[in-house]
Design a protein around this ligand. Structure first.
Ligand SMILES: C[S@@+](CC[C@H](N)C(=O)[O-])C[C@H]1O[C@@H](n2cnc3c(N)ncnc32)[C@H](O)[C@@H]1O
Length: 229
């Protein structure tokens, strides 16, 4: 049996952030994921979401990862008070949309608030574009933090059937795929998303697809922050 190598090694200094970041994630340009879609995401038409929004006309809504603002502009034009946060220069890529949004009274945040501020937070197709798992968890932690007690997080996430084509044209990276546009994407099954949200503090979840459709192409969820946290 070969002897164990006992040569002392020099201490290595580890950066806590890069420690767990898969090497391939450095090649991802996350802002590339935003597209100039014009129609709002389909979750905004779901009856449960409509009921929640229409029942809270005064609610402050924050969209995180708002991209080209298709959802935020739609909600603003419906009369809601809407703020957006997208740290990856979406405002530079879509200046016309951001100008229109601010002209209509929307507010663009440069950072997420440090205390619970919003009754409703919206994210569509954001979590699954973040390459590094611990950065994904960090974003969820920060979303939970700026949501008021009893507040709602409305989110859409891509399911496995939605990224079949992407898989074929991409290379494996982290727990998903690096695409030719240098974006990252992974999918979530219902069970994976449920586990991810619960383990990050969201215990009350409502999946919005029917019971006959166990693995829908897109997962739409309303997650509620506990009232006593
Ligand atoms: C696929 S796009 C979706 C944009 C928009 N939600 C929509 O549905 O049209 C993903 C967006 O997430 C943003 N994003 C990526 N990482 C983020 C993070 N850590 N925090 C907030 N936004 C992020 C990107 O800049 C991009 O605009």
């Amino acid at each position: 049996m070969p002897k164990a190598d006992r040569t002392p090694r020099p201490p290595t200094r580890k950066n806590p952030l890069t420690k767990t970041r898969p090497e391939c994630c450095r090649r991802v340009i996350p802002g590339n994921a935003a597209q100039a879609w014009s129609k709002p995401a389909s979750i905004l038409k779901k009856p449960d979401v409509r009921a929640l929004l229409d029942g809270s006309p005064q609610a402050g809504i924050l969209e995180v990862g708002a991209g080209a603002l298709r959802n935020a502009l739609h909600l603003l034009k419906e009369g809601f008070r809407v703020h957006v946060f997208d740290p990856l220069a979406a405002a530079c890529r879509f200046p016309g949309r951001y100008r229109e949004f601010e002209k209509l009274g929307g507010k663009v945040l440069q950072k997420l608030p440090s205390r619970p501020t919003y009754e409703i937070i919206l994210t569509t197709y954001v979590i699954e574009t973040i390459c590094c798992p611990h950065e994904r968890r960090e974003l969820v932690r920060r979303i939970a933090h700026c949501l008021m007690r009893g507040g709602f997080w409305i989110l859409s996430v891509r399911g496995p059937r939605n990224i079949v084509l992407v898989q074929r044209k991409s290379e494996r990276c982290s727990d998903g795929y690096l695409t030719s546009q240098r974006t990252f994407v992974r999918s979530y099954t219902k069970a994976q998303l449920e586990e991810f949200l619960r383990s990050n503090g969201f215990k009350y979840l409502k999946f919005l697809h029917g019971p006959s459709l166990e693995e829908p192409e897109l997962l739409d969820v309303i997650a509620r922050k506990a009232k006593n946290e």
